[in-house]
Every structure is written in structure tokens, then in C-alpha cells.
Design a protein around this ligand. Structure first.
Ligand SMILES: Cc1cc2nc3c(=O)[nH]c(=O)nc-3n(C[C@H](O)[C@H](O)[C@H](O)COP(=O)(O)OP(=O)(O)OC[C@H]3O[C@@H](n4cnc5c(N)ncnc54)[C@H](O)[C@@H]3O)c2cc1C
Ligand code: FES
Length: 251
């Protein structure tokens, strides 16, 4: 059930000059989000910026929730300034998350850059063997590796476009290769807008079993303002209600 509440900052872990992990204390009745769902967080104590910003759940446990955040503009810059003991204004959980694999399906998780955030939780929720492809332009974009390497039952393959870490190439190159080897795959993808646009052009991947989390700017987060409308094959859909996870065949 979606709730609006104040959450205390437990810690803020700096992971790079652009990335940090924000750990919030969350009232127990606001917990149990599904992987792929998100929360809207007010980034400052005033109404500037006016709109809360959306962030996927990276991880949660009995009384805390973690968000993996990349500094982008004014809001995320403000969040980087919060410190232990402060309170932030939060709404969630929101949107539709990733469906879990069915028996016999081989999960393949594909994350580009900060797109790894919802996939980390998904990988922890899937208790069978999975393949995870994680990539970025260069090694600087591979964040939270110390957490990702600890996920159980996971074959992790790393890609960088400049070859500075792992296999030289993109995660989509890696996905094509994996799909030639694997029977009954179910694919989960989250990455930057450009990666999702490229993905939409790959007609051979348009099977029913590819799920993509897309990004759009948000305002209300509850389906009222239509600010997050996103083009699909069945017309415009609201990322905050019908998404953020869509079947690739819908896009
Ligand atoms: C469902 C969902 C889940 C998300 N999960 C995460 C997450 O786990 N971690 C994370 O770091 N980020 C996540 N984002 C993106 C995050 O919400 C934006 O980076 C953040 O709102 C930027 O706020 P800002 O005030 O710092 O930047 P702004 O000053 O608002 O914008 C800076 C630049 O980023 C662009 N931008 C801002 N928001 C978006 C957006 N939603 N989509 C595309 N471009 C945008 C703007 O056009 C502008 O060019 C998610 C977005 C969505 C929709
Ligand atoms: S953000 Fe208002 S309808 Fe989605």
C-alpha cells in the first residue's frame, strides 16, 4: 500500500564522486516493496525543487531501505547533502515491479550503469541460479561492485565499452550471446534512456519474456498528472502506474 511518511537517514555511503547509497529507516508497515518498484523522495527541506524525485529500491530489510543514487542535477545534489539523523519526505512504494521467473525459466538480468539499482534487489529475490550482465561506458560507471559480487547463485559478467574492465562491449552484445546458449530465458533490463532506445530497435528480442524498466520525469507519482506519459505500442502509458516495468513487446 502506498504511503507518505518521513524517513530518518541512517547513513549515507559515498561510493564514487557521483554515486552514493542512502540508507533510510522506514516504518515497518511501509516496507515490502517488489524489485522494480520505486519511491518518490523530497530532496530538500523546502519546496525547492518542488517535485519529489523517483528512486528504485536497491535493497531493504526489516526496518531500513537503501537507494543507490547517481548525482545528476539539483535534487540529487541536495540529497547528497543529507546526513545521519535528518528526515526526508517519502512516498511509496509506487509502480509495478518485475514479475519473478516461473519454474524452469532461466533469469538473465541486464543492467547499464545506475540501472543496476532495481536489479540488485531482483537478483537477491530470485533464489535460483541467474546470469547477471552489468556494464557501463568505462569502469567508473560500475558502481556498488562490492555489493553485487556478494549476490548468491549468480554468474556475473562485466562489460565496458572502452574495455577498461571485463569484456569490451555493451551488455546488449552480451545479452545476444547469452540468448544463443540459454533455454527458456526470462530477461530483466534496466539502463539509461539510450540503451533502452537501442533495445527497442532489436526486433529479435521482442519476445514476451523481456521486461524493461523505463525512466520518465515524474510529478505526482500516483497517476493523476500524466507527467510521466511514455509512448507504447498501445498508446501513451503512465510510467508511475502502468510502469516503470513494461514488457519490451509493448514498447
Ligand atoms: C522509476 C524511476 C526509478 C529511478 N531510479 C533511480 C535510482 O535508483 N537511482 C538513481 O540515481 N536514479 C534513478 N532514477 C532517475 C532519477 O529519478 C533522476 O536522476 C533524478 O530525478 C534527477 O533529479 P535531479 O534533480 O538531480 O536532476 P534534474 O535537475 O531534475 O535533471 C538533471 C538532468 O537529468 C534529466 N532527468 C531528470 N530526471 C529524469 C528522469 N526521470 N528520466 C530521464 N531523465 C531525467 C533532466 O532532463 C536533466 O537533463 C529513476 C527514475 C525513475 C523514473
Ligand atoms: S507522475 Fe503524475 S501521472 Fe505519473
Amino acid at each position: 500500500m502506498t504511503k507518505c511518511f518521513k524517513a530518518e537517514v541512517i547513513s549515507k555511503e559515498i561510493l564514487s564522486d557521483r554515486h552514493f547509497l542512502l540508507r533510510l529507516f522506514i516504518p515497518a508497515d511501509s516496507l515490502r516493496p517488489r524489485a522494480g518498484q520505486f519511491y518518490l523522495i523530497r530532496t530538500g527541506t523546502s519546496y525547492d525543487p518542488l517535485l519529489r524525485r523517483p528512486f528504485s529500491v536497491f535493497n531493504w530489510d526489516n526496518n531500513y531501505m537503501e537507494f543507490l543514487i547517481m548525482k545528476k542535477g539539483r535534487g540529487t545534489e541536495q540529497l547528497l547533502q543529507v546526513s545521519k539523523g535528518m528526515f526526508v519526505d517519502v512516498i511509496g512504494p509506487l509502480g509495478r515491479g518485475f514479475p519473478l521467473p516461473e519454474r524452469g525459466q532461466q533469469p538473465v538480468l541486464v543492467g547499464g550503469g545506475i540501472g543496476i539499482a532495481p536489479l540488485y534487489l531482483l537478483a537477491r529475490e530470485i533464489d535460483t541460479q541467474k546470469i547477471m550482465l552489468y556494464g557501463g561506458k568505462s569502469r567508473d560507471e560500475l558502481i556498488a561492485m562490492e555489493y553485487i559480487k556478494m549476490i548468491g547463485d549468480t554468474e556475473l559478467r562485466i562489460f565496458t565499452e572502452d574495455g577498461s574492465e571485463g569484456i569490451k562491449g555493451t551488455v546488449l552484445d552480451g545479452l545476444r550471446e547469452v540468448l544463443t546458449d540459454v533455454e527458456s530465458p526470462v530477461v530483466y533490463i534496466c539502463g539509461p534512456g539510450q540503451m533502452i532506445e537501442t533495445l527497442k530497435g532489436l526486433e529479435d528480442l521482442r519476445t514476451d519474456e523481456v521486461y524493461v524498466s523505463v525512466e520518465e520525469r515524474m510529478a505526482c507519482g500516483i497517476g493523476v498528472c500524466l507527467g510521466c506519459a511514455y509512448p507504447t505500442r498501445e498508446g501513451m502509458k503512465r510510467v508511475c502506474i502502468e510502469g516503470p516495468v513494461f514488457k519490451l513487446s509493448e514498447l
